[in-house]
Design a protein around this ligand. Structure first.
Ligand code: PSU
Ligand code: MN
Length: 303
């Protein structure tokens, strides 16, 4: 059986001609962002990528196929909170495809889709990683394994603040996934540009990033993380974020929320505790990352 993969006409034409293309995930739309912010972000990311001269390709499962490039109605469906939409990583991807169910792709499933389609640049908000307390729960996101297996540049604002960020960076090192700061020496904590975690790879423009990626892909099958800080005007102060995160984690513990449900639960609590500041930052950084990703894709496509 060949891979059940269907590209939009626009994505197929771009790939065939070697024109720049950027993939976008759908879990952030179906489970990460509330309505109507999710719809705004979905369309704003696609627009930003086009304005920067690349083709957007949002990825998801529909009708038993991995779809690369959704139309406006399909994008809106993944923003709809339809109860049939499943959160899909590399573990349940085949099951969701075989069932013909709609699947919103995490970073992990998106990277698999990119690899199958031949896309080298992917944009999102934050990657999954090693959860706090992982020694007891073994909750380590499938995103990390996928980052190690697929030669794709993941443009993101680091890892969610709700994770064990130090352990996540250690895991990426073990997996041979370079983490480069884009105009920064600090690994951002998603909606906060500050963290105690310094990076030893830095690039200062898209051409630099493309050179690093091309060199890495020439010698490795692993991906690369390009860490872009959230725009300064929306970045949340570290002390506030720490306080809100502690409270959200305590809420999850009390409510017994675990596994796939944990990330959406914590994000929603943070939004409430911050009176919407985390949501504004989340929206702005995702669109900014899509723009940076498009510039990198354009630079990578230059002969
Ligand atoms: N970060 C966010 N919002 C999200 C996610 C990350 O701010 O919705 C999603 C991404 O799709 C990521 C996934 O791949 O959460 C990781 O989920 P898990 O920890 O269950 O692997
Ligand atoms: Mn998990």
């Amino acid at each position: 059986m060949t891979a059940p993969l269907r590209l939009s006409a626009e994505a197929a034409a771009a790939l065939a001609a070697g024109r720049p293309i950027v993939a976008l995930e759908t879990t952030i739309l179906s489970f990460g962002l509330p309505q109507p912010a999710n719809g705004r972000v979905a369309h704003a990311c696609e627009r930003a990528i086009r304005e920067a001269g690349a083709v957007p390709a949002t990825v998801a499962a529909l009708g038993g196929e991995i779809r690369v490039g959704l139309d406006a109605a399909e994008l809106d469906f993944f923003c709809s909170r339809d109860a049939s939409i499943r959160k899909v990583n590399t573990q349940n991807l085949a099951a969701v495809l075989a069932a013909g169910a709609p699947g919103a792709f995490t970073v992990a499933a998106s990277l698999r889709a990119c690899d199958l389609a031949g896309i080298r640049v992917f944009a999102t908000g934050g990657i999954g990683g090693v959860h706090r307390g992982y020694a007891e729960t073994m909750d380590i996101s499938a995103d990390l394994t996928a980052l190690a297996r697929h030669p794709v540049v993941t443009v993101c604002s680091g890892a969610k603040s709700i994770l064990d960020v130090a352990a996540t960076l250690e895991a990426l090192e073990t997996l041979g996934v370079p983490v480069a700061g884009f105009r920064t020496d600090v690994f951002p904590r998603f909606i906060c540009s500050q963290s105690g975690h310094m990076l030893d790879i830095r690039v200062d423009d898209a051409a630099d990033a493309a050179r690093l990626a091309a060199t890495h892909f020439a010698i490795s099958r692993a991906g690369l993380v390009l860490a872009v800080p959230p725009p300064a005007e929306v970045s949340v102060p570290a002390a506030d974020l720490d306080a809100w995160t502690a409270e959200a984690l305590e809420g999850a513990r009390r409510a017994g929320v675990r596994g796939k449900a944990l990330t959406p639960f914590l994000l929603e609590r943070l939004e409430t505790l911050s009176a919407g500041a985390t949501l504004r930052a989340n929206e702005a950084l995702v669109v900014n990352n899509a723009t940076v990703a498009a510039h990198v894709a354009v630079a990578l496509a230059r002969p």
